[in-house]
Ligand binder design. Structure first.
Ligand code: ADP
Ligand code: MG
Ligand code: ZN
Length: 503
């Protein structure tokens, strides 16, 4: 049988606030266990939480970037349940008035299994506190409450996706968006971004089926694998005339399958009620204004604009826009290059493509070698103006491609401007036929054996030996260029060699 599948995601992201959401404890990953705790986040009786307005602002930035509406009043509820990683026995969360409501994300791109184009509705975004972390070591379990009370934003989609690939694409796009906004580092291994994936199947036209939730997926790949596994598993159950049990399952990455965890509680089990210790939050004009001012051009929109502005291919634009800092670097270099004299070797509209090629090959390679993350490209010695001047010198025919690469290495090694390096080393391309002729004469004198063989070949004019002729000619041209320290214009060097051979 073929079934229709429905996938809805609940994605949790750690907001990059300096302090926790309801107290002043430091919010950081990897600190000494239980170093960042206080009576509030340890849930002592009688303490009072206070809202970290920065968490609310960052949450609203995500909500607005996902086209959600921010309501006039938004408040918090207590979600009651017991678990050792949560000392209060309730989590402060949002239930009836999430800070972001009814938005959408346009999924569009090349995708793993072919092009993706789909609008995924966002049900809501709500702000809550994270719980602590349990560490199981052999027979004992340890508790680290550093994470308890860390600002967490939950983004809930409608069940609009249909395959593991689409869900993976959604997570990757969301990750890029929150990184562009600078509100989350998107680090899935450290748990800064984690997803619960809900999935059901049904006969076509019958609407939603009975859902299964796969909890705590900490990589976008597991989201894809877990969902595709679950779609198959549910399909075989229905094929066999059985029903799907509504439950929560876990992805077992060693066995590549989902396993049952618990029958799902429903909202009633949590006994939500309004948090009496926090006032209702009513975003005023100045708060809304500060949110709108912090919004940025989002990755997909930027990609499309850059394809249009610079003639980049979809693949190039995608690679360059993967990180905001990379896209900023590229655009800064392209802007600088436009202002510089060029125009011998490339047309003006070729320059951004040259920059893109350099960026995606040599520069990426050097960044890797030097261990510089794209995020920190601002500290890279080849600044955008330096890259622009290098490309412009190449474009103006002042340096050869080989020298340009050499100059790039020198910029990195010595932290100097390309213009200055080229001058100091006397690397400007030799475009003067007389001095190239001099080098060519010296090469002919030193390579008399080759020259004699080549002259005989030319005289015999044997078509069968044309390849050998070309090889020897190229060899001599290479020697002439080398004799000028790599500076000779290759075209002029070729002409001088021809002149001498025929002379
Ligand atoms: P719960 O109260 O069980 O958490 P919600 O209505 O809050 O359920 O939905 C949680 C997530 O599950 C959402 O992303 C939603 O899109 C998705 N979802 C809800 N019902 C289904 C279903 N029948 N099939 C697939 N996904 C579903
Ligand atoms: Mg839910
Ligand atoms: Zn605290």
């Amino acid at each position: 049988m073929t079934y229709q599948s429905f996938i809805g995601l609940e994605v949790h992201i750690h907001l990059l606030t300096k302090t926790k959401v309801f107290c002043r404890c430091r919010s950081a990953f990897g600190d000494e266990p239980n170093a960042n705790v206080c009576p509030v986040c340890l849930g002592y009786p009688g303490v009072l939480p206070t809202l970290n307005i920065e968490a609310m602002r960052m949450g609203c930035m995500v909500a607005r970037s996902l086209n959600c509406t921010i309501p006039g009043r938004t408040w918090f509820e207590r979600k009651q349940y017991f678990y050792p990683d949560m000392t209060k026995n309730y989590q402060i969360s949002q239930f009836a008035s999430p800070l972001g409501q009814q938005g959408y994300m346009e999924l569009e791109g090349r995708g793993q299994a072919g092009p993706v184009k789909k609008k995924v509705r966002i049900k809501e975004c709500h702000l809550e506190e994270d719980a602590g972390k349990m560490i199981h070591t052999g027979t004992v379990s340890l508790l680290d409450y550093n994470r308890a009370g860390v600002s967490l934003l939950e983004i809930v989609t409608e069940p609009d996706m249909e395959s593991g690939e689409e869900a993976e694409f959604f997570i990757q796009e969301l990750r890029r968006i929150v990184r562009y906004l600078g509100v989350c580092d998107g680090n899935m291994e450290e748990g800064s971004l984690r997803a619960d994936a809900n999935v059901s199947i049904n006969l076509p036209g019958q609407g939603l089926g009975r859902k299964v939730e796969i909890k705590n997926l900490n990589s976008s790949r597991f989201v894809r694998l877990g969902l595709n596994y679950e779609i198959k598993r549910q399909g075989s159950l229905l094929d066999a005339g059985k029903t799907v049990t509504q439950e929560t399952r876990l992805w077992n990455e060693n066995r590549d399958e989902t396993m049952p965890m618990r029958q799902k509680e429903n909202a009633q089990d949590y006994r939500y009620f309004p948090e009496p210790d926090l006032p209702v939050f009513c975003p005023d004009e100045s708060f809304r204004g500060s949110v709108e001012k912090s919004l940025v051009e989002l990755p997909r929109a930027r990609m499309k604009r850059m394809m249009n502005d610079y003639g980049l291919s979809e693949e190039q634009a995608e690679l360059i826009c993967d990180e905001k800092e990379g896209a900023d670097y590229f655009e800064a270099a392209a802007r600088e290059a436009k202002l510089l004299p060029r125009d011998r070797n490339f047309r003006g509209d070729e320059i951004p493509l040259r920059i893109a090629n350099w960026f995606l090959s040599d520069i990426k390679h050097i960044l890797n070698r030097e261990g510089i993350a794209l995020r920190n490209i601002a500290s890279f010695k080849l600044s955008p103006p330096r890259l622009a001047s290098l490309i412009a010198m190449l474009g103006a025919g002042r340096i050869t491609g080989k020298i340009a690469k050499q100059c790039l290495d020198t910029v990195i090694a010595e932290d100097r401007d390309p213009e200055e390096i080229v001058k100091a080393n006397n690397w400007e391309q030799l475009a003067d036929p007389a001095s190239i002729a001099k080098s060519a004469e010296a090469v002919f004198a030193a390579e008399s054996v080759t020259v004699t063989e080549l002259r005989e070949l030319i005289a015999a004019n044997d078509a069968a030996k044309a390849k050998r002729r070309r090889t020897l000619t190229a060899y001599l041209v290479g020697k002439v260029i080398a004799a000028t320290g790599g500076r000779a214009d290759p075209k002029l060097a070729g002409q001088q060699v021809e002149l001498l051979l025929n002379g």
